[in-house]
Ligand binder design. Structure first.
Ligand SMILES: Cc1cc2nc3c(=O)[nH]c(=O)nc-3n(C[C@H](O)[C@H](O)[C@H](O)COP(=O)(O)OP(=O)(O)OC[C@H]3O[C@@H](n4cnc5c(N)ncnc54)[C@H](O)[C@@H]3O)c2cc1C
Length: 359
């Protein structure tokens, strides 16, 4: 049996956008203040750098681009989308992050409607609600949101400083990236650390949010599952929180004999530091008991630990989301709630706040 640890991220089909957008794209039309520096990793200094290519970061970048700003998105992960994530391994596909999304605000309904028309989302009645899911995978939604943006994956920002009217970011490899404005859309604990020196008010705001973890088990089978009810199995009482055969998603290929089992928050917290192999075994046994389905031995078995999965306490709604210098803002689900839509709205709010802040 092939085993993957919780840390392995096998190759997926999506190219990163690194270098795919010409440098000229970063120029704002008619910008007389374009600065260059041979000391920086990126020769042209954009109006805005967004840290994070999750839904919040992509929403912020799209809103800023629409407002006429030149934008670059930087993310430490190998793939776009943050927690809206899909893993491919040994011929199997697992949507191991967010399972589905709902759209209620006019702004998100508008984007979702366009994404449905472009086949990046499909309607899905699941868990007793009218929801949406990415097609053919969840990650296809952030890929859709990426259009027209300069997104660079595989760059981890470790330090943020400010010099006069520029923000200076240093990455793990020691390279610097400069911009006139910055939006940090990392999960709250990571934003709290990154912003501690340069924007203490935003760091404190991030410190007020908290998350529940989620262990996710992934199992690939040589044969198709036996006939079964396609509705997901599980509830918040656990141990299984949400589990389904990937082929039961709308638009998913029937040949993908992949089972994804997400643990309930309480179970995940209780087993947070357990070995990934033990967790994969325990979740498969729990799923068999909860579903009543009998299946053979998986040919692939893995578990992924999301330390910061769902927001359980979000930051105050009426707090400022910009720094005192007016050049740095925060975004992320932790500013509004536990859903993809909250992340999206927070990105738009960050741009609105930055563009109206005095600096
Ligand atoms: C298991 C699970 C199930 C879920 N189920 C649902 C669901 O069914 N429905 C729903 O609506 N929501 C669900 N969610 C929540 C949803 O996924 C999130 O609310 C949303 O995706 C958060 O988006 P974000 O942009 O705020 O953060 P993220 O998606 O976490 O994006 C932040 C990005 O910042 C990057 N980053 C962090 N630090 C750095 C750094 N130093 N340098 C560079 N990049 C950095 C990260 O790599 C990441 O890509 C689920 C989440 C999980 C984990």
């Amino acid at each position: 049996m092939k085993k993957l640890t919780g840390e392995v991220m096998p190759e997926g089909p999506y190219p990163t956008a690194t270098g795919s957008v010409p440098a000229s794209h970063l120029h704002r039309k008619g910008d007389q203040n374009m600065t260059t520096s041979s000391d920086t990793a990126d020769l042209v200094i954009p109006d805005l750098i967004v840290i994070g290519s999750g839904i919040a970061g992509l929403a912020a970048a799209q809103a800023a681009m629409s407002a006429g700003m030149s934008v670059m998105v930087i993310d430490k992960g190998r793939r776009i989308g943050g927690r809206v994530s899909t893993r491919r391994a040994h011929g199997f596909t697992f949507n191991h992050g967010a399972q589905f999304m709902t759209a209620r605000s006019p702004e998100f309904v508008s984007l979702s409607t366009a994404a449905i028309q472009d086949h990046a989302l499909a309607e899905w009645h699941v868990a007793n609600r009218d929801a949406l899911c990415g097609t053919p995978t969840m990650r296809d939604f952030p890929v859709y949101m990426q259009r027209g943006l300069d997104v660079r994956q595989g760059i981890e920002i470790t330090d943020i400083g400010r010099e006069h009217d520029h923000i200076i970011l240093t990455d793990k490899d020691g390279q610097t990236h400069m911009a006139r404005h910055l939006i940090v859309s990392a999960p709250a604990p990571q934003s709290q650390r990154l912003l501690a020196d340069v924007a203490p008010n935003l760091s404190a705001l991030a410190g007020s949010a908290s998350y529940a973890p989620c262990w996710t088990g992934m199992y690939g089978f040589a044969d198709a599952p036996p006939p079964h009810d396609p509705a997901p199995v599980g509830d918040d009482a656990g141990p299984v929180g949400f589990a389904l055969w990937e082929a039961d998603r709308p638009g998913a290929p029937a040949a993908n004999h992949a089972l994804t089992v997400q643990a309930a928050p309480g179970w995940s917290q209780q087993h947070l530091e357990d070995d990934a192999g033990d967790v994969a075994d325990a979740l498969l046994a729990a799923w068999q008991e909860a579903s009543g389905q009998t299946i053979g031995t998986p040919v692939l078995k893995a578990a992924h630990r999301w330390r910061y999965a769902r927001v359980v306490a979000s930051a105050s709604d009426d707090a400022a989301v910009t720094s005192s210098c007016g050049r740095i803002a925060v975004a992320g689900d932790w500013l509004g709630g536990a859903r993809i839509e909250h992340a999206f709205l927070s990105g738009q709010r960050a741009v609105a706040a930055l563009t109206t802040a005095p600096n």
